[in-house]
Design a protein around this ligand. Structure first.
Ligand SMILES: *[C@@H]1O[C@H](CO)[C@@H](O)[C@H](O)[C@H]1NC(C)=O
Ligand SMILES: *[C@@H]1O[C@H](CO)[C@@H](O)[C@H](O)[C@H]1NC(C)=O
Length: 423
């Protein structure tokens, strides 16, 4: 083809692709870039099975243990939420244990767990509006649409620290991404992550060699990412509702809990909790953990969590960051003179209701990084759960996914166009 004709053809293709509204591509399923969804915290099911080693902590649990044959749904567990006698059983079975000798987290003795429907969007909780829109665009489960649910009680750890559950998840996620690519003639997927899923996806990418990322990840769409943690996370540990010790114990036991704490890199000297004359910032989380009676978390926090968040290198694959702004978000908890107890006054700031603005915008420093493609979309008034549920937010997210997929088709053409005009 003569260069001029090729250029005209390329431009026409680009123009045609840009002109198409997302919905009209549904007939074009053969050319879709697959999508892999990575949900947020507690946004997929967990199943459990009690084994002979299970020791009921309360008589009510013995009953349920005897009644349970095989796998049952541990999360979400509506029985436990409504039947007070089941709360301790649920909390026990859901808790994880940090084994200081092994330097890793594991399930409570006698409780086996698994994540059902790995690979399928059916595994997800709360994603229906977004998934339905993707299906309307032509995405099909198992062919072009995938999901990577996980055991959200766990996380991963830096090199040198074992993290059996998280490491297995990263292997499974890597396999799923490669499978999605293979099933789509080598077109790598757009990975769409929400909330805690963003932090996992980010660490997953960093743990893969750059050529792997470039080969297998076309684009990452982050929804409400908190790569600097968030202020309300500390309150998950049972403050201010210290009245429910079982749930506090459960919340504190999780490996993922320490991961969500505000990081020094992003939060710096911002006050997170004030108690009398003591001010706690992200720089003295260890002192905070000790002050709330959670000293056993200090070692795993310092050795396993902090090192992963000391810097935020750009992932060097194209990223779109969608954030909600202008929603009242807890920023500082102000306690009375007698320390971190009682009901604190909450000082609010900007964010998406859960994640503070400073953490939502942490990825924006990547715009300074040469070779890092970054687009930021701000959605005023959209709450942390709204990205995947609120109509106008879902539409915006869908448009970003469509564009991320489209970039691939047009990249070659645009590059070609550039070359020709350079001549
Ligand atoms: C909920 O949890 C209790 C105790 O952990 C268990 O007996 C029950 O089978 C679980 N499942 C559902 C669906 O409620
Ligand atoms: C926590 O660190 C801040 C500096 O970020 C400091 O001003 C404050 O006094 C420290 N608080 C405690 C309780 O150590």
């Amino acid at each position: 083809m003569p260069p001029m004709a090729a250029l005209v053809r390329a431009l026409l293709v680009v123009a045609a692709l840009l002109a198409l509204p997302p919905g009209s591509r549904s007939g074009d399923a053969g050319n879709l870039h697959p999508v892999v969804l990575v949900p947020g915290y507690a946004s997929n099911q967990l199943e459990a099975m009690l084994t002979a080693a299970y020791e009921p902590s309360a008589p009510a649990c013995a009953v349920s243990a005897a009644a349970e044959q095989g796998w049952f749904q541990l999360w979400p567990n509506h029985t436990a939420m409504h039947d007070a006698s089941q709360v301790p059983c649920f909390a026990d079975q859901m808790s994880v244990v940090y084994d200081a000798g092994a330097d890793d987290y594991r399930n409570t003795d006698g409780v086996a767990t698994r994540v059902p429907f790995f690979g399928s969007p059916r595994a997800l909780i709360g994603w229906d509006p977004l998934v339905r829109q993707l299906e309307a665009m032509g995405y099909r489960e198992g062919a072009t649409l995938f999901a990577a649910p996980y055991d959200f009680r766990y996380a991963v750890a830096p090199p040198g620290h074992p993290s059996a559950v998280g490491d297995r998840y990263f292997r499974d996620l890597g396999r799923l991404i490669r499978r999605a690519t293979r099933l789509n003639q080598g077109r790598p997927p757009v990975v769409v992550a929400h909330s805690f899923g963003c932090a996992l996806t980010y660490q997953f990418l960093l743990a893969r060699p750059l050529p792997w990322r470039r080969r297998y990840v076309r684009h990452v769409v982050l929804l409400g990412s908190a790569l600097g943690g968030f202020a309300a996370a500390g309150m998950d540990f049972g403050l201010p509702n210290v009245a429910r010790p079982t749930m506090v114990r459960l919340a504190r036991s999780e490996q993922s809990a320490l991961w969500r704490l505000p990081t020094p890199l992003v939060f710096g000297d911002r006050p997170l909790a004030v108690a009398g004359t003591a001010t706690y910032t992200a720089r003295n989380v260890s002192a905070f953990l000790e002050a709330i009676g959670f000293a056993e978390a200090v070692r795993p926090y310092v050795t396993r969590v902090l090192p992963m968040w000391e810097e935020l290198p750009a992932p060097m694959v194209p990223v779109t960051s969608v954030i909600g702004i202008g929603v009242r978000t807890p920023e500082t908890y102000v306690f009375g003179a007698d320390g971190l107890r009682g009901e604190p006054a909450v000082v609010y700031g900007d964010g998406d209701g859960d994640i503070n603005l400073v953490s939502l915008v942490a990825v924006e420093e990547w715009s300074q990084v040469e070779g890092q493609d970054l687009k930021v979309l701000r959605l005023p008034g959209v709450h942390h759960t709204g990205y995947i549920t609120v109509d106008f937010a879902v539409k915006s997210v869908i448009a970003e996914i469509a564009e991320a997929g489209r970039t691939i088709e047009s990249t070659g053409n645009l590059a070609f166009e550039q070359k020709c005009t350079d001549h």
